[in-house]
Design a protein around this ligand. Structure first.
Ligand code: GLU
Length: 490
């Protein structure tokens, strides 16, 4: 069947390596809407073949975050489906079988090169600088039948030259010469597949009709097309969505914008507003209409309205849209939303541990912990205290960002971990806890006195803490006068 006549089956294939990314929700939205507009299926596949990077809690967070945004899947690891497991770590036998098919067809080969040899090769290539990079195909013509038991990887026998082309439905034909592409590894020495192999085999076996993903995957697509050719399979249609951008045009990054879906939930954004906002990223409803429901988007959806100029993820616009949705809720609905957000029993109960000893009456509770029910704080009144004596503001701001990265590098968000990291960070800068902790406290609460800092951080949560500390760094940066422009040359 020609690819365009196949029943629509689309997928998102996140790797569970960290917090659920707003880019995943963006790509999920377009896959979901397209599937629903065409009576198709929306599949969730977990690509966890890179066991060194996979995080056990991350998969559940992807499920929870996508459900919170309101984009449920028809088939997936937790809901099942007709295509076997939807988690790649449970599909190893399938990949091995497919590697054997390629080996038998002479489309792939075993490579016994050690990492030392490959490193040496790389060093020689860099030193020689004749522009040649990548694997030198040392094992490509080797008779490996007697060495199967030795450690090896399996590589694809890329065509040595000639164009490899795929059609991107937004951009037209994209071509690279095969000679520019390495004999890619399909199976690692531990017997696990690489992203390229698992992704192609699964898209084929799961009968994916359209691969809708972010444009950062364009450069992998020729490799995928070469694999489809090697198997003798018809590739799906490819549609690469423009990347979300920071205001300055760079790829969206956590240094500039929070990227975890959970941040938006914790910072009081309604899921329908986030969904709608993501729908305006690179796609237009028609006219200048920016507010539309998911169903309205599905009703009119075609790919014609995609524009490839990088859509800017602008928090001010998101908040303005959120405000509109919020104002439309009945009082009863709004009450439910606020309760689900921060006035729920589990959250309040956790705060009691911080508040109880400091309360004389119930009335003390809210004033004591008001910053636990807020998003960004107004730091202007405490800006003068946001300092460490003798440390230049620019240095301090950078140190705070570095601290945030240290917190981010740890998967656990607990009193113990936060204290460990904060202490190590302060010591590394030559600061005593009593100099450094008040600064963290002030950035997080805009108060000089609060309950125990790390207990508080644990309850406030990772998203809010990270955002407030980055905002504190930004506020400190803003106190540095920008140098006056040099006088024009006479
Ligand atoms: N596992 C890849 C990711 O993390 C999937 C890319 C694709 O959609 O092919 O995004």
């Amino acid at each position: 069947m020609a690819p365009s006549d196949r029943p629509v089956r689309v997928r998102i294939a996140p790797s569970p390596t960290g917090d659920p990314h707003v880019g995943t929700a963006y790509i999920a939205l377009f896959n979901y809407v397209f599937a629903k507009a065409r009576g198709g299926k929306f599949v969730l596949r977990i690509e966890d073949t890179d066991q060194t990077r996979a995080r056990s809690d991350s998969e559940q967070m992807i499920f929870d975050a996508l459900r919170w945004v309101g984009l449920p899947w028809d088939e997936g690891p937790d809901v099942g489906g007709p295509f076997g497991p939807y988690r790649q770590s449970e599909r190893s036998a399938i990949y091995r079988e497919h590697v054997d098919i390629l080996l038998a067809k002479g489309e792939a080969y075993r490579c016994f090169c050690t990492s030392e040899r490959l490193e040496k090769l790389r060093a020689l290539q860099v030193a020689g600088d004749d522009g040649h990079r990548g694997y030198d195909r040392h094992c490509r013509e080797l008779d490996s039948s007697a060495r199967v038991g030795e450690p090896h990887v399996v590589r694809l026998k890329m065509p040595l030259a000639g164009p490899i082309t795929f059609r991107d439905e937004f951009r037209g034909d994209i071509t690279r010469d095969a000679s520019e592409i390495d004999d890619q590894v399909l199976m690692k020495s531990d017997g696990l597949p690489t992203y390229h192999l698992a992704n192609v085999v699964d898209d084929h076996l799961m009968e994916i009709s359209h691969v809708v993903r972010a444009e950062e995957w364009i450069s992998s697509t020729q490799k995928h097309v070469a694999l489809y050719q090697a198997f003798g399979w018809e590739p799906p249609q490819f549609l690469h969505m423009p990347l979300l951008r920071n205001a300055g045009g760079s790829k969206i990054s956590k240094r500039k914008n929070p990227v975890s879906i959970y941040y938006y939930r914790d910072a009081g954004i309604l899921p329908e507003a986030l969904r709608n906002f993501l729908g305006t990223m690179g796609w237009s409803f028609g006219g200048d209409r920016e507010k539309f429901t998911l169903q309205e988007m599905i009703d009119v959806f075609t790919w014609d309205h995609i524009s490839l100029g990088g859509p800017v993820f602008d928090m001010v616009k998101l908040t303005a849209l959120n405000e509109k949705y919020l104002h439309e809720l009945s009082h009863d609905e709004l009450a439910d939303r606020v309760i689900a957000w921060r006035l729920n029993k589990p959250y309040i109960a956790r705060l009691m541990g911080l508040a109880q000893k400091r309360m004389k009456r119930l009335t003390d509770f809210i004033p004591l912990l008001d910053y636990c029910f807020a998003g960004d704080l107004d730091l202007a009144p405490v800006l003068a205290d946001l300092k460490i004596d003798g440390v230049a503001p620019a240095v301090l701001a950078e140190a705070i960002r570095e601290l945030v990265e240290k917190y981010e590098a740890r998967t656990e968000w607990s009193h113990k971990v936060l204290e460990e990291e904060s202490k190590a960070w302060a010591t590394a800068h030559g600061w005593k806890p009593k100099q450094a902790y008040p600064l963290i406290r002030l950035g997080l609460t805009a108060r000089k006195e609060t309950p125990g800092l790390f207990d508080l951080m644990e309850v406030l949560g990772k998203e809010i803490c990270r955002r407030r500390l980055r905002e504190a760094a930004r506020a400190i940066d803003a106190t540095v006068p920008t140098p006056a422009p040099a006088p024009p040359a006479a």
